[in-house]
Design a protein around this ligand. Structure first.
Ligand SMILES: [Zn+2]
Length: 342
């Protein structure tokens, strides 16, 4: 498997995260990139450094004002007076509040959904590099059948115009739209992260040319809480082109794999020309914030089933947090995918 990555991924490394009233170590650390990259290399996969293919594929799914904000916010931090290592707000726009403020503090609240996505000195370089990895992997997948993008920071909670849930640029959506434009045909996205891919759903919700299917822990009592329910099927022309398969917490391999197979059946029914896999590994039984109890064998079985679609496939890294099982689960997924495609 070709492992597309960008070394700038390490330039965003948030220290703290506000959870349930306490500041804790931020789960989405630069060490994830190093751990996953080195594990893939040591397992014999080929590392490919993402080249800079420009911002067009980012702007194909993201709001230009939002992207400019992400690029410029750190340089404009002086507006806030004295700041530390990062800028962040505690004031967020509610759904019924639509005005665009002028100042940096207001814009932070307009363009972010929660306190998990601070902007730091290297944040733009890291998220831009991560998006480049997604585009390069999409290109490789179309040329050679499949490729893996080691995107970090992750992307699937980012909407067209907002960051949240550790995500800034939606790498999965960027890869999907890039493949749709390249093939001219409909594209499917299957998201198996433990959390609902709410940003990806939001980006394509009114469209019939990108099918979005997400298998995730029931959001009724789990992030992202406000989206990810089975009755969210798309709107307008996109009605019928979004599918959510929430899974009961504690599900384990059998129930989770049944949901993955249901998702694959939905994908097959739409006859896409290409596939993006939003590969969160946080459904693992060992993940510090996961709740689905999936084993390494479970990930390997999912990989084999997904590879069976036969479609050009870009596998995009999403969540999956620091634990001993994290690199092992990635290697198991990639090996099983490769083996099924041989
Ligand atoms: Zn996740």
């Amino acid at each position: 498997m070709q492992i597309v990555h960008h070394p700038d991924s390490v330039r965003h490394d948030p220290a703290q995260y506000f959870r349930r009233g306490s500041l804790i170590a931020h789960p989405e650390q630069a060490a994830r990139y190093i751990l996953l990259r080195d594990a893939a290399r040591d397992a014999g996969h080929d590392l490919v450094e993402a080249s800079d293919v420009g911002g067009a594929s980012i702007l194909a799914v993201h709001d230009a004002g939002y992207v400019a904000f992400l690029r410029e916010a750190w340089e404009l931090r002086g507006e806030l007076g004295e700041v530390g290592d990062e800028i962040l707000t505690g004031h967020f726009a509610r759904p019924q509040m639509h005005r665009q403020p002028e100042g940096m503090l207001g814009l932070l609240g307009l363009y972010t959904a929660d306190t998990s996505t601070p902007i730091r000195a290297g944040t733009w370089e890291a998220i831009y590099g991560s998006a480049q990895a997604a585009v390069c992997a999409a290109e490789l997948a179309l040329a050679q059948g499949h490729a893996y993008a080691l995107c970090r920071p992750p992307g699937h909670h980012a909407y067209a115009n907002s960051a949240g849930g550790f995500c800034y640029l939606n790498n999965t959506a960027i890869a999907g739209e890039h493949m749709r434009r390249a093939t001219g045909g409909p594209v499917a996205i299957i998201d198996i992260d433990v959390h609902h891919g709410n940003g990806t759903q939001g980006i394509f919700y009114a469209r019939d040319d990108v099918l979005t299917v997400s298998v995730h822990a029931d959001p009724a009592n789990y992030f992202p809480f406000f989206a990810g329910y089975a009755d969210e099927i798309g709107t307008g022309e996109g009605a019928g082109f979004n599918r959510n398969i929430p899974v009961a917490h504690g599900a384990g391999d059998a129930l989770w794999l049944a949901a993955v197979r249901e998702a694959l059946a939905a994908v097959a029914g739409h006859r896409p020309t290409a596939l993006v896999v939003a590969l969160g590994l946080d459904a693992s039984q060992d993940d510090p914030i996961g709740v689905l109890q999936v084993t390494r064998e479970g990930f390997a079985t999912a990989a084999e089933a997904i590879a069976g679609s036969g479609l050009p496939t870009a596998i995009v890294q999403e969540g999956g947090y620091l634990c001993e099982a994290l690199p092992r689960n990635l290697v198991a997924f990639l090996e099983a995918f490769d083996a099924a495609r041989e």
